[in-house]
Design a protein around this ligand. Structure first.
Ligand code: KIV
Length: 258
């Protein structure tokens, strides 16, 4: 899987599957099962470190987990998250993105829209592939007043749509859309030539991502958009069921959407 494949998937209507992994063993399982993209998410702050949010995750920790995941990721495209406060200026963004790419990430992801224009532009200039992240931004959970659906009112929806278009213009390769109404995610997906990857954003995104610990039913009291795929059988069969459900668009259903 490479970056060009992402766009090809969108053009041919083939859905992109993505799961988070933080260590070599889980990455090997997901990779063997044929997931398209593995994300070393800063959700490791929650599921590995037991934090209330992702603000506790450092650059060194993202590098450590990326190094582990790289070792067993052979087929999937590997994206690594840039953690809180690691992209506050263009120069800092470039330095930290390079650190992740140097240990084997193929793309970096960071949260936010137009406020980070200088960061997007410097990575575009240096040919470092970027995944955007709009809608609910867990690193801004305090400013957003909690883990709430975004884009419900017209102005907010328009702002997210405009941000998505700007990110495409600034060379971003794909955008994660988190916790926005399914109708807005559909409109954004149809407006862009780069693929969207949804989480709590309805079935019409160009792909779906889940935190693997949610997909495997480990997380207690998960959000509405989560489905536990490990009700029977093995981690491998749960992973294959998730991939199949995304590919044939039986996940997410309305029950998992806003
Ligand atoms: O950190 C993460 O796992 C993420 C996903 C929720 C998309 O950003």
């Amino acid at each position: 899987m490479n970056i060009e494949d992402l766009k090809r998937f969108k053009q041919s209507g083939k859905k992109i599957t993505c799961l988070t992994a933080y260590d070599a063993s889980f990455a090997a399982v997901f990779d063997d099962c044929g997931v398209d993209v593995i994300l070393v998410g800063d959700s490791l702050g929650n599921v590995i470190q037991g934090g209330e949010n992702t603000l506790c995750v450092s650059m060194n920790e993202m590098i450590y987990h990326t190094q582990a995941v790289v070792k067993t990721t052979n087929q999937a495209l590997l994206i690594s998250d840039m953690p809180y406060q690691s992209y506050t200026s263009a120069q800092q963004t470039l330095e930290n993105a390079k650190r992740l790419m140097d240990v084997g990430a193929q793309m970096v992801k960071f949260e936010g829209g137009r406020a980070h224009k200088a960061s997007f532009k410097i990575l575009q200039k240096h040919n470092i592939p970027v995944c955007g992240h709009l809608g609910l931004q867990p690193q801004s959970v305090l400013e957003m007043g909690g883990y709430k659906i975004q884009g419900r009112d017209e102005n907010d929806a328009q702002r997210i749509l405009d941000d998505a278009k700007m990110l495409e213009e600034w060379g971003v390769k794909t955008i994660v859309l988190e916790c926005i109404p399914a109708s807005l995610a559909k409109q954004i997906s149809q407006s862009l030539s780069i693929p969207t990857i949804g989480i709590g954003a309805g079935v019409d995104c160009d792909g779906q991502v889940l935190v693997s610990y949610d997909m495997l039913g480990i997380t207690q009291n998960p959000p509405k958009f989560v489905k536990n795929f490990l009700t029977n059988g093995s981690i491998q069969s749960a992973t294959k069921d998730f991939i199949q459900a995304v590919k044939n668009q039986t996940f997410p259903t309305n029950e998992h959407s806003y």
